[in-house]
Design a protein around this ligand. Structure first.
Ligand code: KG4
Ligand code: ZN
Length: 333
């Protein structure tokens, strides 16, 4: 029997989940809307809001799962990577909570957890599988051989895929975070209206900083001719940008699958909520005979359910940490 409470606070979502014998029975997420006013996450504000949210979110999760804190067997928490001040709130709370209830502590790597979200519900991928993890801070191609044997075989050399979406959205004067809005407007646009160059990067790595700059220059040039270019062509611009980003992401994923001879393919992280990426992957599955695994929307962006499921597998291995554990803004994979 195991009832695990898990805390995620690495960026701007305060989230708490409960995992009862491998099944998620609560997953409460408090989003921080305050950052929309600033066009990006302000670390200092994020920590303060985590501090306000953490106790009510814990209480809500316990209520949703109908669990008394005395029934818990362990406390799992995101140790990193992430914003240090944000992590500090979750890690400190987890430590105090575990100390007060005399429970073991489980440290979870946020990037491992995005991948392990595939073990929350059926169908689950078979080992070995490849996961493209695309979030606001990371873009990685990972080969997963067992729950905790993971190898990064490709990654971005600069911006993450989520940043490519969010920075494009900023150029288009859309509010933060712009990724979901680009997705929304893209649905009514022509993905082939405009063409953006594909970065020529070696191996299985990515680069999105030049891509973002090419969009900036494209928009500037168009606006010289027509100052209303963006508002008049917003849907086509969003559809074309999304089409290009998805094309870049999937091309390297195809290369990785071929190189490693693996047909079990998953996506994870905030950008895996993107409808273009989900559709593109589904089409590739047909073409290349892949089994693809696409997370439910609630498990794409940051959430504590993924921390809880990672914590569950660590609990089975009795992989615990001591009270001197500290958050890590950069954490070894
Ligand atoms: O995994 P996540 O919630 O946080 C990090 O760990 O970074 O990912 C957030 C990122 C943001 O860049 C956001 O714009 C992007 O995921 N995102 C999307 C969509 N939903 C979230 N990007 C494109 N299309 C979406 N539907
Ligand atoms: Zn994340």
């Amino acid at each position: 029997m195991s009832v695990i409470l898990a805390i995620e606070s690495s960026c701007d979502e305060t989230s708490v989940a409960i995992c009862n014998n491998g099944k998620i029975t609560a997953n409460v997420i408090a989003n921080q809307t305050i950052h929309q006013n600033y066009g990006g996450v302000i670390p200092e504000l994020a920590s303060r809001v985590h501090q306000q949210n953490i106790v009510p979110v814990i209480q809500q999760a316990l209520n949703d799962a109908k669990v008394n804190k005395k029934e818990l067997n362990a406390v799992a928490f995101t140790q990193g990577p992430g914003l240090l001040g944000s992590l500090l709130v979750g890690v400190s709370f987890a430590k105090s909570f575990a100390l007060a209830l005399d429970l073991p502590l489980i440290s979870v790597n946020h990037m491992h957890a995005h991948i392990l979200a595939h073990f929350i519900d059926d169908p689950m991928p078979q080992f070995p599988f490849i996961c493209l993890t695309v979030s606001g801070g990371h873009t990685q191609i990972v080969v997963i051989r067992s729950h905790f044997d993971m190898e990064i075989v490709g990654e971005t050399l600069d911006d993450a895929a989520g940043e490519a979406f969010d920075k494009t959205a900023k150029i288009l004067n859309l509010p933060y975070p712009g990724g979901p809005l680009i997705d929304k407007y893209a649905k009514e646009g022509n993905p082939l209206a405009y063409k953006f160059g594909e970065p020529q990067i070696k191996d299985l790595n990515y680069s999105f900083s030049g891509f973002k700059t090419s969009i900036l220059y494209f928009i500037r040039n168009q606006e010289k001719e027509n100052p209303n270019f963006v508002s008049e062509h917003l849907h086509d611009i969003c559809a074309s940008v999304q089409h290009s980003i998805v094309h870049i992401l999937l091309n390297k994923l195809k290369k990785a699958a071929k190189q490693y001879g693996i047909k079990e393919i998953a996506i994870a992280g905030g950008v895996s909520a993107n409808s273009g990426l989900r559709a593109g992957l589904t089409a590739l599955a047909e073409e290349l005979n892949w089994n693809v695994y696409i997370p439910a929307f609630e498990y794409c962006t940051d959430n504590a359910a993924m921390i809880a499921i990672a914590g569950y597998y660590k609990y089975l291995n009795k992989d615990f940490v001591e009270q001197d554990v500290a958050p890590l803004s950069r954490m070894e994979f």
